[in-house]
Design a protein around this ligand. Structure first.
Ligand code: ATP
Length: 303
């Protein structure tokens, strides 16, 4: 049985079709990435999964429980870390987590609360009032809140937006451990290197539709070869090299170009053409294509 089964979900806000027929099956134990540009529909989809928003049509099930008709059961199986920081400012971190446990009918949950706080580096703030915490600390509490009932499916909506490197590392270490222990993880992020490092499978959304769905490694393999990134100190990219530019924006922006190369031997003719045109290279790197390149290519191909 799928951890999350999404069947043909549609959702409109007045004339705007935020989700236009999304179908996805996320298996138990996956670390799944939901990627897409601003406004693609990621948060709308997550809020439908979490039962906070209703689809106009289509169904979503969590471990076989419909999120509308079997809401309580579906909700118990889910831990959702929302994008927005919303808290009651008058409680301490521990009180907040105890209350959240209470919502799920969990008594004597302190051993797990202590463990979660420990793994999120929150122990030192256990008795601090929520209003006195920094944004990054509040985000840790949001994550802890989503985990108090040890949900088998954990959904994180941009948990690392605007947070420092330390929290990212702490968070990913803990979430990866939970994933290894069998929890299903669904993540949305704009940090594609994070998605590449963590997610075994990825769906890319654009304008409310799934435009790519595959294992992370298969998506990256779609872009064959490497890339030569050249930065010019002076001169312009010769016309005959313009077809090799993989990010069209670079043709507008100026002096840094990412050129597709299939083999190492393709590099020398490129350098020769640059030399002949009188361009002077300031910096140069040969890179493997990554998820960001795939993302750009797919998004541009789906206009
Ligand atoms: N409550 C709402 N009322 C009207 N329009 C909405 C509402 N919520 C979302 N939208 C619109 O629906 C579309 C999808 O928004 P959504 O927040 O799901 O995208 P997203 O992929 O999560 O974007 P981001 O990466 O910016 O978080 C957007 O065009 C957004 O403006």
């Amino acid at each position: 049985m799928a951890a999350i089964q999404i069947n043909n979900v549609e959702k409109s806000y007045r004339a705007l079709k935020a989700l236009n027929g999304i179908s996805l099956s996320i298996e138990e134990g996956e670390f799944f990435g939901l990627l897409g540009p601003n406004g693609a529909g990621k948060t709308t989809l997550i809020s439908i999964i979490a039962g906070l928003n209703r689809a106009d049509s289509g169904t979503v099930e969590v471990h076989g429980h419909d999120v509308v008709s079997d809401y309580r059961q579906a909700r118990k199986l889910l831990g959702v870390v929302p994008q927005e920081l919303v808290f009651d400012p008058f409680f301490t971190v521990r009180e907040t987590l105890r209350m959240q446990s209470g919502y799920y009918g969990l008594k004597n949950n302190d051993p797990w609360i202590d463990e979660v706080m420990h793994h999120l580096d929150l122990t030192g703030k256990a008795d601090a009032n929520m209003r006195a915490l920094s944004g990054g600390m509040k985000r840790r509490v949001l994550v802890a809140q989503a985990l108090v009932h040890k949900p088998p499916v954990i959904v994180l909506d941009e948990p690392t937006a605007g947070v420092d490197v330390e929290l990212r590392q702490t968070l990913w270490k803990f979430i990866s451990r939970l994933n290894r222990e069998g929890h299903t993880i669904v993540l949305t992020t704009h940090y594609l290197e994070e998605a590449q490092a963590l997610c075994n499978r990825v769906a890319m959304l654009k304008a409310g539709q799934v435009v790519a769905l595959d294992s992370t490694s298969a998506l990256i393999k779609r872009i064959s070869g490497s890339q030569l990134v050249v930065q010019l100190a002076s001169g312009n990219l010769p016309d005959e090299l313009k077809d090799l530019v993989s990010h069209p924006d670079e043709l507008v922006l100026g002096n840094k170009y990412t050129l597709r190369v299939n083999e190492y031997k393709d590099v020398e003719p490129i350098l020769a053409k640059l030399r002949l045109s009188g361009a002077v290279i300031e910096d140069m790197q040969l890179q493997q294509a990554d998820l960001e390149d795939v993302f750009i290519q797919i998004m541009e191909g789906e206009k």
